[in-house]
Design a protein around this ligand. Structure first.
Ligand SMILES: Nc1ncnc2c1ncn2[C@@H]1O[C@H](COP(=O)(O)OP(=O)(O)OP(=O)(O)O)[C@@H](O)[C@H]1O
Ligand SMILES: [Mg+2]
Length: 252
């Protein structure tokens, strides 16, 4: 079953019919099936974050449709969109988006607190997550008191705590060392398998990408190529490197 159907989505910035129109996405179409773990790769500036924001209904396409649960999300009212986002989608942003006036713990449990879930139930959900991501020691600190990697892990906990059907992650391992990266990727894999959460993850990192079942490469506003994991992980890894060396965009 499809969780998202992306139908000829385009995004342009700038004034129409002037010289300064930038076409970021050019009639992109694809489908995401329930339970898939998809990587999105492409050079810096190729439109990955733009695409993720459109899928998450944080941004609107210039044209085209995003069909989720049988509805074109662009046609939903603001109120319905907000409900749709909190109920169905977990975001892990490139720049964390933690609230500076709240501790990491308060940030993480915010989506549950907003739903009125009781404190004990919240603690039960919180503890395994913060243990898995190794942030139990810094949980009562404020974002400015912890490292970028710790903020990233807290942001991941916040996205995962509601067990959303769809997780949109923008370079979730971008600021993590290899141990924390593995921890986060294993957690995403676990959530994908156990909770059947569908994941779209933008990444520059071939190691992170090799956890996905499929990679979509974005180039010149279009889907340039798709790679499927298959059984041989090493072969998948090598193929990703090959495509990235043509397109550029892997950060070393
Ligand atoms: N609000 C905006 N107004 C005008 N141009 C924008 C806006 N947001 C993004 N862009 C441009 O759209 C292009 C795609 O940006 P986007 O952030 O989607 O790239 P990206 O693939 O996520 O890159 P990175 O890997 O560096 O994060 C860039 O050239 C960017 O400058
Ligand atoms: Mg980006």
């Amino acid at each position: 079953m499809n969780i998202i159907h992306v139908d000829k989505v385009s995004k342009t910035y700038g004034m129409k019919k002037s010289d300064k129109e930038y076409q970021i996405l050019n009639e992109i179409s694809f489908e995401v099936k329930e339970g898939e773990f998809i990587g999105v790769m492409g050079a810096s500036g190729s439109g990955k974050t733009t695409l993720l924001n459109i899928l998450g209904s944080l941004d609107k396409p210039t044209s085209g449709r995003i069909i989720m649960n049988g509805h074109d999300i662009a046609t939903l009212s603001k109120k319905k969109l907000a409900v749709h986002r909190t109920e169905n989608i977990g975001f892990i942003f490139q720049d964390y988006n933690l609230l500076e006036t709240m501790t990491l713990k308060e940030n993480i449990i915010l989506p549950l607190a907003l739903k009125g879930i009781d404190v004990n139930a919240i603690e039960t959900k919180l503890l395994p997550l913060i243990n898995d991501l190794g942030i139990e020691k810094v949980i009562d600190k404020y974002p400015y008191e912890v490292s970028g990697g710790e903020q990233q892990r807290a942001a991941a906990c916040r996205a995962l705590i509601t067990k959303p059907r769809l997780i949109l992650a923008d370079e979730p391992t971008g600021n993590l060392d290899s141990k924390s990266s593995k921890g986060l990727l294993n957690l995403l894999t676990y959530i994908n398998k156990e909770y059947k959460a569908t994941i779209l993850m933008v990444t520059h990192d071939v190691f992170a990408a090799s956890y996905c079942q499929k990679i979509m490469f974005i180039h010149d506003g279009e889907i340039y190529n798709e790679l499927f994991a298959g059984t041989d992980k090493k072969q998948f890894f090598d193929k990703i490197i090959q495509v990235m060396s043509v397109l550029g965009g892997e950060r070393q």
